[in-house]
Design a protein around this ligand. Structure first.
Ligand code: NAD
Length: 304
């Protein structure tokens, strides 16, 4: 399976490439970026890790090399600046994502797009409207939201995060819905105390704000890299285990034509099905309100 990582010399892209190398699957990985020296630097490094995993090859490439890829992982973006919202990157990243997607359309790319660039929901909604590609081929990466909730719950319960399961749905941003009724410990539903809930919510809702405030100049490269590779793997080697992703909703959660997160089942064609987990009235309202904001941001781009 050929996987082209565009923005592959950046923090997220190179981490996805590295984590794909670590699987035991015969991926052919192509690293594409507009910083040629950084492509060479990463590929020189990654090539020496190739024999330690199951991937077939890792090479540098140009956009033409993405056209026959089975999956394009797109993480190209403007450099991070000190800001607290992903939305401030909307216009600049749309310019980059738009140029790349237009080239994929012109080049006849027929595979699956995993978009990681932020703000992922309005950008993916915009890409869907711009390309007319079916929603099965359009996936936004949002696993980190669920992972952060999971970490926060595990800390609150004082248990290892591997024992916790949960879902976050809706916007990849401030409007995310942490669904407490979905929380399980060792596979069994668990009720958190008010204090435990507050800790888990604080961790999940404020992780991004705290991290950006460090002004480190880097994003969540480790978690996003392993998560991005797991998402590729869920397509390459489907298991029917639900995976969180931003997808163009089609009346799920009462929303249509806007990309937001939900548990989905992935397979060789991309999106196979969307799972609607039960939400309270308040959670449902939060989901819809955030979707309206995503729609508004998308319309900003459509108007330009
Ligand atoms: N969806 C998520 O959960 C999630 C998580 C973390 C980061 N992100 C987002 O992923 C994006 C990338 O983050 P990063 O840490 O890798 O940033 P980065 O700055 O390290 O990497 C971005 C890369 O894109 C490249 N690039 C820019 N324009 C390009 C173009 N036209 N063609 C090819 N390459 C181009 C740059 O040269 C750079 O290497 C950001 O938008 C970030 O917010 C999303």
């Amino acid at each position: 399976m050929k996987v082209a990582v565009i923005g592959g010399a950046g923090g997220i892209g190179s981490s996805v490439a590295f984590n794909l190398l670590r699987t035991d699957h015969p991926y052919e990985i192509v690293v594409i970026d507009n910083r040629d020296n950084m492509i060479v630097s990463h590929v020189m490094d990654l090539q020496d890790a190739l024999s330690l995993g199951g991937a077939t090859s890792v090479v540098g490439g140009v956009m033409a090399d993405a056209m026959d890829a089975d999956i394009v992982v797109l993480s190209a973006a403007v450099p991070l600046t000190l800001n607290t919202s992903r939305d401030v990157y909307l216009r600049d990243n749309a310019r980059i994502v738009g140029e790349i997607v237009d080239q994929l359309v012109a080049g006849g790319f027929a595979g699956i797009l995993i978009l990681m660039t932020n703000p992922v929901d309005p950008l993916l909604t915009w890409v869907a409207r711009r390309t007319g590609w079916t929603r099965e081929r359009l996936l936004g990466y949002t696993l980190n939201d669920t992972q952060r909730f999971r970490t926060g719950i595990a800390q609150a319960l004082g248990v290892a995060p591997q024992r916790v399961s949960c879902w976050v749905v809706g916007e990849h941003g401030a409007g995310a819905v942490q669904v407490f009724s979905s929380v399980t410990l060792d596979g069994k539903p668990v009720e958190l105390t008010t204090e435990q809930r507050a800790h888990a919510l604080d961790y999940a809702q404020n992780w991004y704000v705290r991290h950006v405030a460090l002004d480190s100049g880097r994003t969540s490269t480790w978690s996003s890299g392993i998560g991005g590779a797991l998402m590729v793997d869920a397509i390459a080697r489907p298991t029917a285990t639900p995976f969180p992703a931003s997808i163009i909703l089609d009346d799920e959660y009462t929303v249509t034509g806007i990309s937001s997160s939900a548990p989905v089942v992935l397979g060789a064609q991309g999106l196979l099905s969307v799972i609607e987990i039960p939400l309270t009235t308040e959670e449902q309202a939060q989901f819809v309100e955030a979707a309206q904001k995503i729609d508004e941001l998308t319309r900003v781009l459509e108007g330009e």
